[in-house]
Design a protein around this ligand. Structure first.
Ligand code: GUN
Ligand code: ZN
Length: 432
């Protein structure tokens, strides 16, 4: 099998860095290299060491002076919202009604799904993201297109068709039975096929009747190794409507609790306005809150209590939430996350922790840390090559850069897809 050596400055995390600065939680090799074979990382170390391990035919790709870091992981976004980004002026419920549902209705057409899936993954790859956790539309065809396109690119992805049988226009509604049947068929086709995983996806409690929640519960019980994804406590009007629809529930999270949807592989988008009991249940069930900073600010939803949830022991993920979110870039997301946290308290997001979060941190939140999120030997070779001087403004700032942390912060605050020099998926360069 052909071997490739990637040469560059290696950065990978061993665990979560402590604040404010913890140099022992990462591995950095100035003249580093990775040996890749069969889509996996076979050796790692200094270039000299890796070259000695490789066969004499190994192809060398020299990315110096750029950084080689694990491919970025986006734990919550909406594939059919690629044309919803930058829709003006509404908070969550109006935004869904006026922009999102009409856009998602077009995904009844398999041709539209296929075209958009290709364009979606082009953007994802261009931004250095190698794993996405996506909501598709309620149409089975949208999930088929998402998984087929990811398979074509050999990407490790998670996704699911939205379950949504009320409080939405007819063109985007399913029924408890059709939602169950389509999810079952998608799981049978895609879950565990190549690098794909299925996520059972009740959109949120407002758009599912109790009968549909029961079918989501059945799916979750029948497929304990499938992920579950939904939204929680994003917006005040949303919470009010939810509680009116489920008057017997103790709180919003209590609805998902009642229907058996909380476990370690359940991802809960937003989790902004949580009550004490909800946090207790979140911790007890080990469900994973997902911080979506660009979306939380864009839709005026509120501020995520990262420190509070962390202090309770929650495993928090971070994500773009396209198209409530405003950028495909996880770097831009870390930038906005820094600002969002800076408004809450003075524990600002340190760049080491930021880069940890978008790589190993998110991999841990997905339980996939043995496959993605690091540059460890045996890991899948999903790698992004970052250029810290990609723009003239960045190059100017880099002239006074003194440390790795400072360089990472320049990337976090000043960069976007322009800094992504290459994205490797299972060892193959994919950026157009
Ligand atoms: N809650 C239910 N659906 C959605 C969605 O598509 N985006 C966001 N941000 N929140 C939601
Ligand atoms: Zn969302």
């Amino acid at each position: 099998m052909a071997e490739t050596i990637l040469r560059g400055r290696l950065l990978t995390f061993l665990r979560e860095p402590q604040m404010p600065e913890d140099d022992s939680a990462h591995l950095y090799i100035e003249d580093g290299a990775l040996l890749i074979e069969g889509g996996l990382i076979k050796a790692r170390g200094t270039f000299e060491h890796v070259q000695a391990e490789a066969s004499s035919e190994a192809i060398i790709k020299d990315h110096r002076p750029h950084l080689l870091v694990p491919g970025l992981i986006d734990t919550h976004l909406h594939f059919p919202q690629v044309q919803v980004i930058a829709s003006w002026g509404a908070q969550l419920l109006d935004w869904l009604e006026n922009y999102t549902f009409p856009a998602e209705a077009r995904y009844a057409d398999p041709e539209h799904c296929a075209t958009m899936a290709a364009r979606f993954f082009d953007e994802i790859i261009a931004n250095g993201t190698t794993t996405t956790v996506a909501y598709c539309s309620s149409h089975k065809s949208s999930a088929d297109a998402y998984f087929a396109e990811a398979e074509r690119r050999n990407m490790r992805v998670i996704g699911g068709k939205v379950l949504m049988d009320r409080n939405a226009p007819e063109g985007v509604r399913d029924t408890p039975q059709s939602g169950y049947d389509d999810s079952k068929a998608l799981i049978a086709t895609w879950h565990g096929k190549g690098r794909a995983h299925y996520a059972i996806t009740p959109r949120f409690a407002i758009t599912s009747t109790p009968a549909q929640m029961e079918s989501a519960q059945a799916l979750a019980a029948e497929h304990p190794d499938c992920y579950i994804q939904t939204h929680l406590d994003e917006n005040h009007a949303e919470i009010e409507q939810t509680m009116a629809l489920y008057p017997d529930a103790p709180d919003y999270l209590g609805i998902y609790e009642q229907y058996g949807l909380l476990r370690a592989n359940a991802l809960l988008g937003h989790c902004i306005h949580m009550q004490t009991r909800e946090i207790d249940i979140l911790i007890e069930t080990d469900a994973r809150p997902v911080f979506c900073p660009t979306s939380n600010l864009f839709l005026g939803s509120g501020l995520f209590d990262y420190e509070g949830l962390r202090a309770r022991g929650a495993t928090c993920a971070i994500a773009t939430d396209i198209g409530g979110g405003t950028s495909y870039s996880m770097l831009r997301t870390l930038h906005e996350g820094y600002k969002a946290l800076a408004t809450r308290d003075d524990t600002k997001m340190h760049p080491l922790r930021a880069f940890y979060w978008a790589t190993l941190g998110n991999a841990l939140a997905l339980g996939l840390e043995d496959r993605i999120g690091t540059l460890d030997v045996g890991s899948e070779a999903d790698i992004v090559v970052l250029d810290s001087a990609a723009t003239s403004a960045m190059a100017l700032r880099m002239e006074t850069c003194q440390s790795l942390s400072e360089e990472l912060f320049i990337l976090q605050i000043m960069s976007d897809d322009r800094s992504v020099a290459e994205t490797y998926v299972a060892g193959v360069p994919m950026k157009k």
